[in-house]
Ligand binder design. Sequence first.
Ligand code: BGC
Length: 759
Amino acid sequence: MKRFTLILVMLSMLIPVFSQENGDKKMDDFINKLMAKMTLDEKIGQLNLPGAGDIVTGQASSSDIGRKIKEGNVGGLFNIKGVDKIRAVQKVAVEESRLKIPLIFGMDVIHGYQTVFPIPLGLASTWDRGLIEQSARIAAQEASADGICWTFSPMVDLCRDPRWGRIAEGHGEDPLIGAEMAKAMVKGYQGDNLANNNTIMACVKHYALYGASEAGRDYNTTDMSRLRMYNEYFLPYRAAVDAGVGSVMASFNEVDGIPATANKWLMTDVLRDQWGFDGFIVTDYTGINEMIAHGMGDLKQVSALALNAGIDMDMVGEGLLTTLKKSLEEGKITEKQIDMACRRILEAKYKLGLFDDPYKYADPKRAATEVYTDPNRQAARKIAAHSFVLLKNEKQLLPLKKKGTIALVGPLADAKENMPGTWSVAADFSKSISVLQGMQEALKDQATIHYAKGANVYSDSLTEARVSIFGKPTGWDNRPEDVMIAEALEAAKKSDVIVAVIGEAAEMSGEASSRSDIEIPANQRRLVKALLETGKPVVMVLFTGRPLAMKWENDNVPAILNVWFGGSEAGYAIADVLFGDVVPSGKLTSTFPQNVGQVPLYYNHKNTGRPLPDGEWFQKFRSNYLDVSNDPVYPFGYGLSYTTFRYGQPVLSTNEMGMNDKLEVRFSVTNTGDYDAEEVVQLYIRDMVGSITRPVKELKDFKKIMLRKGESSQVSFTLDVEDLKFYNSDLQFVAEPGEFKVFVGGNSRDVKEVSFFLK
Ligand code: BGC
């Protein structure tokens, strides 16, 4: 057995050479020839990815970056925007550098380009692979029309701590959702052929475990067992690799005591050798330099560590550019390693078709006609509406009628720059539509809106200034709180119904926007309280980039619609849902806790040896808290509709499944309400006994179905043994015989169950 494994290992070591020689012979010949002409400096230059700085078109050649490009010291640039600028810089590379190697242009196209889609946490809430792929497809089309051929997306960091601001950029707490979203996005960006001029290379990030930073504080330490990595946190990265992602970005955090950027086990053993990744790896922003502060050595040392680990490209910090030659002289690295990294970057450029036409992605005609088009905006509006999650709807307060008078209040009701949310670097904020505008457009003259701001985002201007950045002013209002509330009450008095648009401003989530308090800011809550005291019906439209602790709101406000940050067209989409032109169908992919003390709170947890019995609040010597129950406010998978659905009892095709069998789960779903609507049907399992402890529930599949009112449909899912496998203590991927439960339902809590045995 041991000898067999050794042979396998030796064979797998040969595979890169084999595929390099035979995989794409034309590419290999081309790159071999090119590299034969390259000096060591030029090879190292390809590994360098500086930011664009403040390049302007006319001076591209004479700028500092221009000089470096001419000298062959730049492989690509990132976050330079606009087709003219990009053409000008590319011209310097292909006309003024010795070997005329084109540059690769990257950008954080995270949830759309100029047509902006919901933040990824919102996109995930659609539970719709097709819509997510479509959003990435459109983003790629627009970005590639404007000069970009590489995006730093998808971000697939699993996260169970809503304090972390970057939870907004990922897909929530579940490995399967993360993996499905990763696949859909890679497919959307890269299409079937990277060489097409409307597809771009994806970059899955941040590899790995960045979403598990301690205390939800950004850039903080992570530490977790390999079992948890392999069974949970690795799945989305792996799915992106399986889907053919062209590049991977290293994360800032450490993994097993070594920063990811210097972690050979992570970058080479797992990513390349176990998963077969054959693209290139880029660091995160100054990721190499930051290892000095991590305590890994000086710039020369940490740069050599990064190359040795398997890093190919250095974002911004120029550690590789400035130290590799010296490390080579000292024997700390080999020329072969530099060659390999350089080759991978040249391969990416080749695959993108840049050697055939360096201006392929910078066609001014396309830039003028293919960006922010009506069809793209229509798609964004539809996708936004599908991402909203109806959290509460007492007495069917929603949808609202298009008549009478509506008080529209809250700091986010007329805040158009805040609509696209965090990481919308290519958005044109002047074009986004506020909630006020969207509602006015929907109502025309059928109803009257009385608008009042009612509150600032925060009660103090200092905290508010911290989130009033990146061109997203929150419009701080100097008036005292009670004056603003009084104005809102005036508007309320004149109205039949109150719509309160409150929550987080866009930059309260995203990078370096962690919060230790995840409630709605107290001054906004005071506004809502005052509005409720009028006795008029209140609908809360909630903006947020993370799960919030909203026990008070859930207990007191009759209707709550969570709209995340829905993108450039969200103003229209919010009106579509509020007035019932679209029936909400979004479901949470991240648990909303009662308070921050329960964090991390997630549905797929382990049972412990002292679980609290279902429905109980507290028992001494059980796993619980004195002051809060273990329940969330809104569980994973949860989201209401304007209609209701009834699930039938699931039936299995067999109660005993062999290792090579498939098992069918069938059940009915009936639309029992008054609206035609979509429902996200969810399938979970529980492995009852294992050689390691297993989660109390694991999502295994989901489907979105459309049912007309009164209609009933048979739904079926198929499970095979792959769905039942997990990594055991020896990190072998196995399925173990024994009892399994199967659960079906419209969320992770309210389910019907049945069980079977795996033989
Ligand atoms: C972020 C990355 C991003 C990069 C480039 C970093 O600070 O962590 O997600 O792609 O900046 O903008």
